[in-house]
Design a binder for this molecule. Sequence first.
Ligand SMILES: [Zn+2]
Length: 344
Amino acid sequence: MKVHVLDILNDAKTILEIPSPTGYSDKIIEYLIAQLKKLPFNYEVTPKGNLMIHVSGEDSSKHVALSAHTDTLGLMVRSIQSNGTLKVTTLGGIIVPTLDGEYCQVITRDNKEYSGTILYQAPSSHVYKDANSGVREVDKMFIRLDEVVKSKADVEKLGIQNGDIVAIDPKTTITSSGFIKSRFLDDKISVAILMSILKEMHRTQQRPQFDTTFIISTYEEVGHGTAWIPSTITEMIAVDMGCIGEDLACSEYDVSICAKDSSGPYDRHMTTHLKSLAVEKSLNHVLDIYPMYGSDVSAALRGGANIKGALIGPGVMASHGMERTHADAVEATYELLKSYLNLA
Ligand SMILES: [Zn+2]
């Protein structure tokens, strides 16, 4: 594995381990700002909480944007039960059966953290006939807190309330064979790729071809991440995971270029241009259609942005479940973005 790709994977691991379920982005944005303070670029946080990093290009006749979302799937406390367990509601479209048995952190409004485990309502095979067969739906899951709590009042004494955030253990692991497996590679692996491009531009003293805003968005998982972008932006790439499965062409070793998702076709000229850059640089790449997907570009277009938009990203297997991708896909995505920005 190339050293800079390993650096991206290691940066991704740090980012993945900072909890940021959609609606709880303060901590991760703080961390990213601490990284940006080491770089010479201007940045701002929008009222909604998106981080925008502005980089002047060689040519200011055009303003383009790259976005990656740092919010992830998660849960929220729905109610506290009389036996001291918690009922939950989902944040974003997580595959609920994959949550059975997962460790989590409950984060209270005053930022206290309590560990727990997500379980199905019939969690013991010695007691319940449906421990195996029961359907794992969110209404049938609960959180067992690692605190001595025997009543609702005991839980309330900890400061836990309805509406508290539940972050799920990402279990991030980098293997010697070049895989990174973790929850929420969608889309923190792309956040790490964008941060790495910023560092590389500083290290090599290069500027992108055009004025470029790097957007680290929040609330993408609930559909409105970059519904607002500055009106000077005329071209935008959402850098977000590529889908794998069924008849799709993408694998964990490719950068995926999306021609169409649930929000409709992406800009034909941009998609064609990205494809030809990938061919020119001999990058592992595919063109694909994502049957059930929307991106930050979809949100921007629906929000009224007058842009051409494209969507690319590393192929991520088992998305919104136990995800995995490979260093090859990360490298191909990184290189394609560098080509798009006209960086050496
Ligand atoms: Zn995503």
